[in-house]
Design a protein around this ligand. Structure first.
Ligand code: HEC
Ligand code: HEC
Ligand code: HEC
Ligand code: HEC
Ligand code: HEC
Ligand code: HEC
Ligand code: HEC
Ligand code: HEC
Ligand code: HEC
Ligand code: HEC
Length: 437
């Protein structure tokens, strides 16, 4: 059976290579040229063919460059366990006979829905086996494991093992499931005092202030007003200086470069990076609220124009659109109840968890030699594999073992972490035993 799966996989992979190349760039109706449905990660930009096919007949090196151009920094940051350089080492050359791991497309090809698994992986599940046949012999604990279990059960990932490597497991094995001091260093809703660039000369548009007293009042209480960002900071046309009725991301990003860049590298903003119109819920297959289907993503999807209420942005805003079980489960989960209490002022915000705590965590960046807290606006940055959340998010409040178990439990993800994990992942126990032996 295994042989047949692998043979089919190789046939499919080989048979798509090579032909069509040039019509790719000539045709007007690109949709018609798509040779198959594009993966969950890329369907939004599938009509920007040249973002991956940078040249017709480009061959594998050029596609590789495109993949690395968009994902290279992320993989480096993830301390990739299997970087290309491991496989250009002649000692490992024999391992490439079945999966040529030097090339991304060996494991992530495109337009092949029938062989595409979650996270855009296009290999049969037992692929780890082809390079690590000896692990069962080397390690007592691994002797009877199925070879499709290495990466499917919270034990290992192919690229990102920052929260899963042996020393880390051993070092962090102890502690109760909920830390005695369970609080965030950089909580949602707390004021962010960063040095943003504010142009010295901004039109103040007094006639607009007079015509819209309600807006004037709302703006007066915002951190924009506090920081000296007047109406003209957003409402003046870059070239003419005239009143601009509907400012968009172009205006926001004159001051908020980091937020705009990270926004454009995740699924909310990725189309903008390809000069395509931003995504609307109607363009997606995920469940969204009926009332949100035609709302186009943009900075104001979560931030209202004249109020800068970041706690609203951190969860209520998300629920104007998202409508899957997980999102709907949040409000009644223990985390959601902490947030309700924080909004009511009953507990400090650093003890609460919002959608943004997990999906858009605050991070410290160094800008002009100054440490600045910023929000990563790429909500896919730590989404998959979800062990990416363990170190920056969960471990601020929970033990490593509890976090691993919770994130490996699909039922808990569905109900947004309402209850204890059903299963235990034994990797910490095995690591401790190996160290003791
Ligand atoms: C997100 C990246 C991406 C986008 C966008 C994309 N493709 Fe592809 N495409 C690929 C990958 C990866 C392969 C497989 C290459 C391989 O396996 O060597 C591929 C293969 C193909 C092939 C088979 C021939 C070949 O070069 O291997 C055709 C034809 C093709 N794509 C057409 C299109 C067209 C037309 C568009 C735009 C409508 C498009 N693609 C958009 C990534 C992309
Ligand atoms: C123009 C930029 C761009 C290019 C080129 C590109 N990607 Fe992506 N890719 C993205 C974005 C944006 C996402 C969605 C956000 C995310 O998951 O990080 C994504 C998602 C993914 C995912 C995760 C899918 C998921 O469901 O979680 C994988 C795997 C991936 N890309 C691999 C590749 C490979 C391999 C190539 C080269 C064939 C490639 N990408 C080319 C931008 C790009
Ligand atoms: C031998 C197979 C293999 C190769 C080669 C490979 N990947 Fe992956 N990739 C995976 C698997 C499996 C996953 C699923 C998550 C995991 O196990 O790490 C994944 C996940 C990803 C993700 C999702 C997010 C993440 O950080 O895990 C991205 C992005 C990605 N790969 C990009 C690339 C790029 C770019 C290349 C080429 C430089 C590449 N991959 C080469 C197997 C591979
Ligand atoms: C194409 C061959 C290949 C595939 C497929 C492959 N690996 Fe590896 N792996 C290697 C090589 C080469 C090394 C580095 C040398 C070594 O440690 O054996 C390595 C190292 C590792 C390490 C040790 C990393 C370290 O820094 O100590 C782990 C863990 C690992 N692989 C797990 C996996 C898992 C899990 C999978 C499947 C998701 C997988 N590998 C798939 C070739 C591969
Ligand atoms: C999906 C919802 C969402 C979208 C879309 C969004 N933001 Fe945010 N934004 C948030 C959340 C959530 C926070 C953090 C709230 C907190 O931690 O209190 C935030 C915080 C911020 C902050 C303050 C923190 C910092 O990093 O300095 C700025 C500035 C900001 N966003 C600008 C933007 C800009 C500019 C855009 C458009 C490119 C944008 N946002 C799009 C949700 C969003
Ligand atoms: C941080 C940027 C920003 C600042 C500062 C700002 N606005 Fe706006 N304003 C917007 C955005 C974005 C929209 C578009 C909202 C939409 O399309 O829903 C808007 C829309 C408007 C509109 C038209 C739509 C409506 O709601 O009636 C008026 C009028 C307006 N603003 C007046 C003002 C005045 C007066 C000031 C100064 C007191 C001001 N704005 C300051 C971003 C800003
Ligand atoms: C002229 C420069 C400028 C423009 C244009 C601008 N901002 Fe700001 N923004 C600032 C400054 C300065 C702050 C104050 C942050 C601080 O003190 O660290 C700020 C703060 C914020 C905050 C955080 C509020 C808080 O309480 O933490 C959000 C959210 C935000 N801006 C969103 C936007 C959005 C969305 C747009 C576009 C509609 C926009 N900004 C346009 C300069 C600007
Ligand atoms: C205007 C509607 C809207 C709002 C508001 C919104 N989103 Fe989204 N979200 C989308 C759309 C559309 C997608 C892309 C779906 C796709 O690619 O199929 C998306 C994608 C996502 C994804 C990636 C899903 C995946 O499988 O890759 C996450 C996570 C997410 N949103 C979280 C949030 C969070 C957290 C907030 C609030 C801070 C939020 N969203 C606010 C519309 C919205
Ligand atoms: C405690 C952390 C946590 C909180 C709080 C949280 N999420 Fe998630 N979210 C996750 C994890 C983990 C996943 C699953 C990632 C995976 O394994 O695919 C996920 C997945 C998602 C997805 C993708 C679902 C899919 O089918 O691809 C969306 C959309 C999303 N969350 C939105 C939200 C929204 C909206 C909120 C708040 C109402 C929220 N999340 C609160 C951790 C969290
Ligand atoms: C700011 C601290 C904080 C962060 C960050 C945090 N949690 Fe929690 N979590 C808590 C608190 C406090 C409780 C218990 C609430 C209660 O008992 O009412 C809890 C409860 C839970 C529960 C439910 C337990 C039960 O008995 O119902 C799960 C599961 C969980 N967290 C998983 C996670 C995961 C996974 C992450 C990371 C993606 C995470 N948490 C991030 C503080 C946090």
């Amino acid at each position: 059976m295994k042989k047949i799966i692998w043979a089919t996989w190789m046939l499919v992979t080989l048979s798509i290579a090579g032909y069509y190349g040039y019509i790719l760039f000539k045709a007007d109706n690109k949709q018609a040229l798509l040779i198959g449905e594009t993966s969950h990660g890329h369907f939004q930009i599938e009509l920007a063919c040249s973002s991956c096919h940078t040249e017709a007949f480009g061959g594998p090196e050029l596609i590789q460059e495109a993949c690395v151009g968009c994902h290279g920094a992320e993989l480096t940051e993830a301390n990739d366990t299997h970087p290309k350089k491991k496989f250009t080492d002649p000692r490992n050359a024999d391992r490439l006979s079945v999966v040529d791991a030097r090339y991304c497309v060996s494991c992530h090809t495109e337009h092949r829905k029938e062989i595409t698994a979650p996270v855009g992986v296009t290999l049969p599940e037992d692929y780890c086996f082809h390079c690590h046949t000896d692990v069962g012999g080397d390690r007592e604990s691994h002797r009877d494991l199925a070879f499709d279990s290495c990466a499917s059960a919270g034990c290992h990932n192919y690229h990102d093992n920052r929260a899963l490597f042996e020393d880390f497991l051993v070092h962090n094995h102890a502690g109760p499931w909920l830390k005695e001091i369970a609080r965030l260093t950089n909580p949602n809703g707390a004021a962010i005092l960063a040095s943003k660039r504010v142009p010295e000369q901004q039109p103040t548009f007094p006639e607009q202030k007079a015509a819209h007293p309600d807006i004037h009042q709302e703006w007066s209480g915002s951190s924009h007003a506090d920081a000296g960002v007047d109406c003209g900071g957003c409402h003046s046309d870059v070239s003419s200086g005239e009143w601009l009725e509907n400012p968009g991301i172009a205006q926001c990003q004159t001051c908020h470069i980091h937020e705009a860049e990270s926004y454009k590298s995740g699924k909310h903003g990725m189309r903008l990076a390809q000069s395509l119109p931003a995504i609307r819920p109607a363009d997606s297959k995920m469940p969204f609220k009926e009332t949100a289907l035609s709302l186009q993503q943009g900075c104001n999807s979560c931030h209202s124009a004249h109020r800068t209420d970041t706690l609203f942005a951190a969860s209520e805003a998300c629920l104007t659109c998202h409508n899957d079980d997980h999102s709907r489960g949040f409000d009644s989960s223990p985390h959601g109840q902490l947030l309700t209490q924080a909004i009511a002022g009953a507990i400090p915000v650093e003890q609460a968890v919002s959608c943004a705590t997990c999906h858009m965590p605050r991070a410290e960046n160094i800008i002009d030699q100054e440490t600045v807290v910023q929000v990563n606006h790429n909500q896919n940055h730590n989404l998959r594999p979800n062990e990416k959340m363990i170190r920056p998010v969960c471990m601020q409040c929970h033990s490593l073992g509890f976090s691993i178990d919770a994130l490996a439990d699909p039922a808990l993800i569905r109900n947004n972490f309402n209850g204890k994990p059903a299963n235990h992942i034994p990797s910490i126990d095995w690591s401790l035993k190996r160290v003791a032996d």
